[in-house]
Structures are given as C-alpha cells and as structure tokens.
Design a binder for this molecule. Sequence first.
Ligand code: HEC
Ligand code: HEC
Length: 216
Amino acid sequence: MKADAILAVGIVVAPLVLCAAVAWAQESATKPSAMPVVPLKAASDFESITDQGKRSIALFEEAGKVLQHPRCLNCHPVERSPTQGDDLHPHVPEVAGGPANHGLPGMPCNSCHGKVNSMTLGDTVRSIPGDGHWALAPASMAWQGKSLGEICEQLKDLKRNGNRDLAKISHHMGTDTLVGWAWNPGAGRTPAPGTQKQFGALIDAWIASGAACPKA
Ligand code: HEC
Ligand code: HEC
C-alpha cells in the first residue's frame, strides 16, 4: 500500500476507534455493577465419580449454581411478592402474586411484562423482562432462603412440584421458556451460568444416577 493510501485509511479509521472507545467508557461508567457470569461444568465432567450416590449429589450441586441463581430465585420467593436484581431486593413497584400467581386484579404481571424482553430508554432500568407465561412461582415451589438439599427434596415431591414426575421435571428444566429466560434476561442483568441445554443435561444425569439429594 502506498503511503498516502495508508494515511487516508488512518484518517477514516482513527475517529471511529476514538468514538467507540468513548462510547465504551460511558457505557461502563453508567452500568450497574453486575455479578460475574459463573461457568457451569458439563455432565460428562462427573463421570469419573464412581460412587453413584456421590455422583448424583455432585451433579445436583452443580445444577444448584443455576437453581440458586438470582434469575431463578427472584420468581421463586417465600413471600408472595417477586424480588429483583442480584441482591433480591423487593420488586419496585410493590406487586403480589395474587390468587393465581399472575398478579393482583387491576395490576397483572403482564400489564408491564410483555411476551419478550423490552428495552427502555433509561440507564437505571435498561430492560423489562418478558415471556408469554410471566408469573410468580406458587408458594409450594418457593426456593429463597432454603438450602440446596431442601430445594432438592421439594423438587421431587409431587405434592409440592405441580404433580410432576422426574421426566416432567427434566422436560421443564431443559425446555420451558420461562426457565430459559434466565439465560436471556435482557440488558442490565447477568444471565444464569452455562446454557439451558447444559443445565438440562446436568438434571438428566442427576435423574439417571438416582436423583439423590444433598443433606438438607
Ligand atoms: C407496574 C409494572 C410491573 C408489574 C405489574 C410487575 N412487574 Fe415485575 N418488573 C417490572 C420492571 C420495570 C422490572 C425491571 C426492574 C429492574 O430490572 O430493576 C421488573 C422485574 C421483575 C423481576 C426481576 C427479574 C430479575 O431477575 O431481576 C421479576 C422476578 C418480576 N419482575 C416478576 C414479576 C411478577 C411475578 C409480577 C406479577 C405478580 C410482576 N413482576 C409485575 C415491572 C412490573
Ligand atoms: C418469571 C418467573 C419465573 C422465573 C424467572 C423462573 N421461574 Fe420457575 N416457575 C415459575 C412459575 C410460575 C412456576 C409454576 C409453573 C407451573 O406449575 O405451571 C415455576 C415452576 C418451576 C418448576 C416446577 C416445579 C418445582 O418444583 O419448582 C421448576 C423446576 C422451575 N420453575 C425451575 C426454574 C429455574 C431452574 C429457573 C431459573 C433458571 C426458573 N424456574 C425461573 C416462575 C418462574
């Protein structure tokens, strides 16, 4: 390339690089501090554990990184109101699950939560979460403040898990779109660890190894 051609390219490219750098600096300055994305081990990483019961528990503990992630916990509270953010603060504005977990009459969840995530124009709340089935998990499925062992026992209990056998639990975890939202939570939120597929595979391997639970 001739010297004048290099200079011409430089004149065009340099301001673009500068603009991108300024935009990036502004973006990082206004972004609320998000928690880091934690990696998730693959189900095959546990094959070396020969004791089946121990392998099953280890698989569930790995899946627990997802189950106890704020993206899941915020919708599985003990109180009948959802929470928000990585610190599980009370939902702003104050809302409640109501009679059918879809909100109180007059202010259902879907008056704000659409079928998909929507962007906002602001920096404080950068997006509003969305899904066609947005609702609060029923009280029997509350996970906040519970140990992983307690969550495990409750997940297997037909009386508390919406009458789902293990095959249905596997299907729900691996394919449900509301569960899947946790990996596509909208701008300004940290996604759950790994992918839904990886998480589904951990749950399947946990079931195949006897669905053992950590001590409560
Ligand atoms: C008046 C509007 C409004 C109503 C009604 C509403 N929400 Fe929200 N919700 C929001 C907004 C806005 C956000 C995003 C706030 C943020 O990210 O700081 C949000 C965030 C959330 C989050 C947090 C996601 C996360 O991991 O940070 C959950 C969970 C949630 N809503 C559940 C519900 C449920 C369940 C209902 C119905 C019982 C409901 N919301 C009703 C406006 C609403
Ligand atoms: C927007 C709220 C919301 C989010 C986010 C959410 N859930 Fe749920 N979850 C629900 C609701 C509502 C039900 C009840 C559905 C039913 O019984 O038909 C439910 C039920 C379940 C169940 C079935 C039974 C049981 O024993 O709890 C599982 C498993 C589950 N959720 C897993 C998850 C996981 C894993 C995540 C995060 C990756 C998650 N959920 C995120 C609302 C949510």
